[in-house]
Design a protein around this ligand. Structure first.
Ligand code: PMP
Ligand code: GLN
Length: 380
């Protein structure tokens, strides 16, 4: 069979999690919590099953869930999406991203991707026959930043879409208003679409504000916004999320969604719709994770790692160049095998070879897990 994705192998997340379990390492690699979700959420889903919500839901998602999503977005970001036409429930953010790309990108179209980038973006563009145009973030004393002048220079008549991810995996950086203004300047007067990956929307720290693309009407009108309940409710294995987009974009999205997946499992949708009536779990998430970030960061201050800023997400990047000259992939394997703490090489988020001497740790872990990792890291 002639491969459609000849360059794709096993994802780095699977590789590092497998190695972590072989070596009995503390797994701070793949991003997922090592603690369970709220029992009230499990009860809401099991009640839905017991109450007979076990057949196909509507193609676009259970109405109560779409309403709850639209209400949350309006309350937090002030943008009004119509749950009937603008919100589609997806099998996680990954499907939302792929479906948005499949419906919008035609063969030969260019999609601007900012590196480091989540690993599903480039293959999704290639599957659609599109051409990824890669622009790398700059890395300075204040951490990673988006070079908007280079993005403007990368725009061509073939540019169909710009992909944005804030809060950003793996760097933990978040877009600010200056970034938003720069993006507005680039797309104004063009028909360029925005695909905004906001799966970490509720994890922004130190009083910063999540700049959802939908806060800004001139961007919202051309944007697909993707989020994931896996991150927000500590249920990465449930694979459920949503895409919000204006009616014309949602209509095309739904054409692909209908034949890609058709529907997303019914009882989980009902359970989340009930659970979302209480905003506390997502409103309290930032404080919950900021405390874990600080615990982990304070512990790392006693090591030779140089810490990069982590304004959002549940990831913290560290520069290990004072410790080793190994490549990032080799260092991550060494750290897992010899020190007993798994991490992800940031080079895995680049399409072309790039070494910065940086690895990513995930701090969505119980305090005792973080403390155990810190004890091991202190020995380096
Ligand atoms: N985008 C980013 C930036 C992510 O970090 C992840 C999860 N690792 C996803 C998308 C995929 O989310 P989901 O598990 O809901 O498909
Ligand atoms: N998004 C998670 C991460 O960045 C992993 C998801 C996956 O395993 N594909 O670690």
């Amino acid at each position: 069979l002639k491969s459609k994705l000849p360059r794709v192998g096993t994802t780095i997340f699977t590789v590092m999690s497998t190695l972590a379990s072989e070596k009995s390492a503390v797994n701070l690699g793949q991003g997922f919590p090592d603690f369970d979700c709220d029992p009230a959420l499990v009860n809401a889903v099991s009640d839905a099953m017991k109450n007979g919500f076990n057949q196909y839901p509507p193609m676009t998602g259970v109405p109560a869930l779409r309403q709850a999503i639209a209400a949350k977005i309006e309350k937090l970001y002030g943008h009004s999406y119509d749950p009937a036409t603008d919100i589609t429930v997806t099998a996680g953010a990954t499907q939302g991203l792929l479906t948005a790309i499949m419906c919008a990108v035609h063969p030969g179209d260019e999609v601007i991707v900012i590196e480091p980038a989540y690993d599903s973006y480039v293959p999704a563009i290639e599957l659609a026959g599109g051409k990824p145009v890669l622009v790398q973030m700059t890395l300075g004393a204040d951490g990673y930043a988006i070079p908007w002048d280079q993005i403007a220079a990368a725009v061509s008549p073939r540019t169909r879409m710009i992909m944005i991810n804030s809060p950003h995996n793996p760097t933990g950086s978040v877009l600010n208003l200056a970034d938003i203004e720069a993006l507005k300047d680039i797309v104004r007067g063009t028909d360029i679409l925005i695909l905004s990956d906001e799966v970490y929307e509720h994890m922004v720290y130190d009083g910063l504000r999540h700049e959802s693309i939908c806060r800004h009407p001139e961007l919202a009108e051309r944007a697909f916004i993707v989020s994931s309940f896996g991150k927000t409710y500590h249920v990465t294995g449930w694979k459920i999320g949503y895409v919000a987009a204006p009616p014309a974009l949602s209509a095309e999205f739904r054409k692909v969604h209908q034949y890609n997946i058709f529907t997303v499992n019914t009882p989980v949708q009902h359970g989340i719709a009930t659970y979302m009536q209480n905003p506390a779990p997502y409103l309290e998430l930032a404080a919950f994770y900021q405390r874990k970030r600080d615990l982990f960061r304070d512990g790392l201050k006693h090591t030779r790692f140089k810490l990069l800023p982590a304004d959002g997400t549940y990831f913290l990047c560290v520069d290990y160049s004072a410790i080793s000259a190994m490549s990032e992939a080799d260092f991550a394997v060494w750290l897992t095998s010899e020190i007993g703490v798994a991490a992800i090489p940031v080079s895995a988020f680049y399409d072309s070879p790039r070494e910065s001497g940086i690895v990513r740790f995930c701090f969505a872990k119980q305090d005792q897990t973080l403390q155990q990792a810190l004890q091991r890291l202190a020995k380096i």
